[in-house]
Ligand binder design. Sequence first.
Ligand code: 4NP
Length: 149
Amino acid sequence: MVCLGNICRSPLAHGILQSKLPENFKVDSAGTAAYHIGNNPDYRSIEVAKSNGIDISMQKARQFAAADFKLFDYIYAMDESNYRNIVALAETSDDIAKVKLFLEENPMVKNKNVPDPYYGDVKDFTTVFDLIDSTASILSKKLIRTHEK
Ligand code: 4NP
């Protein structure tokens, strides 16, 4: 799960998707930018997750790296700008094939960018939570169908 700072959107996607999957599915998150490396998620993401029963407070921001293409089977970008930044680090066509927009998994959603809530208010974080939660429900079912036989 990859956004820009790895403190608002992708920590939510990481915590929410992991909560819907068995433990043998390893979900992680990163940011394409280096601004917040080592920081915990934004307090507003921590709060909206907590009020929905998910603890993301222990997460620490890290920067997406080319090595991640080899470590993960699927790489989900929170918006098109992050998508481009991820693909720019790809070394092979197999790397590129792993990258998708997260909201591509949700046919109900027209705009495929998870809005950046960093300069917004609590309501924006709630909107982001709901968007990620509904999409993670669809994606988790698909992953379980694909991988658990
Ligand atoms: P995120 O949000 O990409 O969802 O973690 C942002 C966090 C920090 C900044 C921008 C977006 N920033 O400019 O520092």
